[in-house]
Design a protein around this ligand. Sequence first.
Ligand code: S3P
Length: 169
Amino acid sequence: MGNIILIGFMGAGKTTVGRILARRLKIAFVDTDEQIEKEEGRAIRDIFAREGEACFRELETLQLKKLKKRKGDMIVSVGGGLPVQKQNHPLLKELGTTIYLKADKETLARRLRGDTKRPLLQGGSPEEKIGQLMKEREPVYEQVADEILLTEGMSVNEVVEQILHNRMK
Ligand code: S3P
């Protein structure tokens, strides 16, 4: 089958969908954010605060390189900013099939309301930040993705079913 990589904006459901999908397919699940936090022994928030975003982006690229060496199929969910880095494009291509979980700005803003874990949304208006970042990132997600899944109005389980259904084709 090969690996499936879930990409999309913060709040798109990559981690939740990925975990269920992996369970259904009885394969491994890896979330690059979780992996980085585990290996660094601290929260992403702290990495951003102490070493800065550039350092975090390097850690993300390092994760992709490590994943490439892993054997066996897996579902990978990556942070919302990972596909934006050009150096990650060939790595994502080599790793497997990339699915973009696309959702509306309003839906994402609603899900991300009150979030304290994501450094890029802290301070000022989260709605404005989401709008700005979405404008920059959406074209990149669409360009990087092998498949685009419009998740608007769908439950987590429906998204999982849709991905499984598309695999059978
Ligand atoms: C980020 C998204 C986050 C996390 C970090 C930066 C981004 O992951 O990697 O806060 O740049 O969009 P999620 O997309 O899982 O929230």
